[in-house]
Design a protein around this ligand. Structure first.
Ligand code: ADP
Ligand code: MG
Ligand code: ZN
Length: 490
């Protein structure tokens, strides 16, 4: 599509980008949504299956209570109104990995309506509206890479068939790829913190369809949208939207019309390509699922689930600011994931100086974990040991320099800092008796500098302190050394 590069920036600048996202999130249940088959990845194809998720005639679905509870949590985390009654509906279409011939979804009566996600932009906070959230089951997987006798085969694996999903539909409120990126980030974080899903995009637990249109700036009417299916990373989401913007502007500028269609993003070329013309709701012949009764969520049930909700990212950020005296930047980084915040809070609880703990977590620990390719949940340095290290510095038992020496050893061995310190004789020397001995040696060895000091050139004290530090192998407490030296040289 070489025409794209041709659209000059001043033309692009006359258009506004409009984006609405549909996010599919896999609920972290033990079983599938309508049967008791386990939700597990990595098993041999077609082993986690039963008559229900194979779509055999006469098999009856039974709704999972855990799936509903996680779905409710998701709705609460995204500030939606949970509906007292919702209806499951059949969405009919043919696909080889959809053995029932329909997906069980929710259509005109979903379990959650309205809601919002606040995103942080340079210009301030922007609120993105949510239209609805509904529950549905996932299809199986087609594998198109099978070969046999040099012929190509497509294989179908139904292990995923019947995995519980929620679909979160936003209003067309986003105006740039950056806003879409921030929105996805916030949604993912909220769902993870609420324990709804692990949201691993690489495993397909969070997937996104991006609806994109353009209109002339100032125009009221929305343009015709293209829907880009199954964008499975944050980077691809941005790329796909940016490509789509330029493609659509180029078409409109050349007098063409955007057709409503479903497109696929090709990660290799960075382009979107047409897949099919967009189906309309009536193409699916939705009708109420006759094998399931309406889903009723009583006030009491809703209240119980609400009472069990863990603290959400925004509340946690605010608490980190007030409780631990952190900067907004610190609070953002430390609440980026639930694992980060849990590690930090445990370490902070083990120390008298939560701000210093934050610096270690975001600095040395983060670097070391990254180098080792480990997640914070797998940190060989326990939160308690990190807290202990910070307090050893605070009490003067360790200098900052010695702490930096001990830290990699803690990472290697998983041992407590005090144990390493004692084993290696790395204790900071603050004992004046021991220090005086070293200082006397240094004074005796450097008569010239002592002379200069006494002659009024007091800056040479830095040299003498350095000599003491060196002689003590970095273990002398510099503040005490300074004080003792000054007294002795009087
Ligand atoms: P479908 O399920 O058929 O894709 P929906 O009506 O559920 O359709 O809308 C899907 C998404 O498309 C929503 O997130 C909505 O905000 C978005 N959307 C609707 N119209 C536009 C438009 N003109 N431009 C961009 N996004 C749009
Ligand atoms: Mg859609
Ligand atoms: Zn099953």
């Amino acid at each position: 599509m070489p025409v794209l590069a041709a659209t000059p920036p001043e033309i692009l600048a006359q258009y506004e980008l409009v984006i609405g996202l549909e996010v599919h999130c896999q609920l972290a249940t033990r079983t599938k949504i309508f049967c008791s088959c386990p939700v597990e990845v990595g098993n041999a194809p077609n082993t986690n299956v039963c008559p229900v998720c194979l779509g055999l005639p006469g098999a009856l679905p039974v709704l999972s209570r855990q799936a509903v509870e996680l779905a409710i949590r998701g709705a609460l985390a995204l500030h939606c109104d949970v509906q007292g009654e919702s209806i499951f509906a059949r969405k009919n279409y043919f696909y080889p990995d959809l053995p029932k011939g329909y997906q069980i979804s929710q259509f005109d009566k979903p379990y959650a309506l309205r809601g919002h996600v606040d995103i942080q932009l340079e210009s301030g906070v922007k609120r993105i509206g949510l239209t609805r959230i509904h529950m549905e089951d996932d299809a199986g997987k087609s594998q198109h890479d099978g070969f046999k006798d040099s012929e190509r085969f497509t294989y179908v694996d139904l292990n995923r068939s019947g995995t519980p999903l929620i679909e979160i539909v936003s209003e067309p409120d986003m105006r740039s790829s950056e806003e879409a990126f921030q929105y996805m980030t916030e949604v993912k974080q909220a769902l993870q913190f609420a324990g709804v899903s692990t949201c691993d995009m690489e495993k397909g637990e969070l997937r996104c369809d991006a609806n994109v249109s353009v209109r002339k700036k100032g125009a009221e009417k929305l343009g015709t949208r293209a829907e880009i299916k199954n964008v499975n990373s944050f980077r691809f989401l941005k790329q796909a939207i940016e490509f789509e913007f330029e493609r659509q502007v180029a078409i409109v500028e050349s007098g063409g019309r955007i057709i409503q269609e479903t497109r696929l993003f090709n990660a290799d070329s960075g382009e979107t390509v047409s897949m099919r013309s967009k189906e309309e709701a009536h193409d699916y012949r939705y009708f109420p699922e006759p094998d399931l009764i309406p889903l009723r969520i009583s006030d009491a049930w809703l209240a119980r689930v609400a009472g069990e909700m863990p603290e959400l990212p925004q509340a946690k950020r605010a608490r980190f600011l007030s409780e631990y005296g952190l900067t907004p930047y610190d609070a953002d980084v430390l609440t980026a994931t639930r694992e980060n915040s849990e590690y930090y809070e445990k370490a902070a609880a083990a120390s008298k100086n939560p701000k210093a703990v934050a610096n270690w977590v975001m600095g040395d620990l983060a670097v070391m974990l990254k180098t080792a390719g480990k997640e914070i949940g797998e940190s060989p340095i326990s939160p308690a040991h990190l807290g202990e290290l910070v307090d050893l510095i605070g009490s003067g038992e360790l200098s900052g320099k010695l702490a930096k020496e001990i830290f990699p050893k803690m990472f290697e061995t998983g041992d407590a800092p005090r144990a390493i310190m004692e084993r290696e004789g790395l204790k900071q020397i603050s004992d004046t008796g021991a220090l005086e001995k070293i200082i006397d040696e240094v004074i005796a060895a450097n008569p010239k500098q002592v002379e200069q000091y006494k002659g009024g050139k007091t800056t040479v004290i830095g040299f003498l302190v350095g000599a003491v530090m060196k002689l003590s192998r970095g273990q002398a407490n510099p503040a005490t050394v300074n004080q003792l030296l000054a007294e002795k040289l009087k």
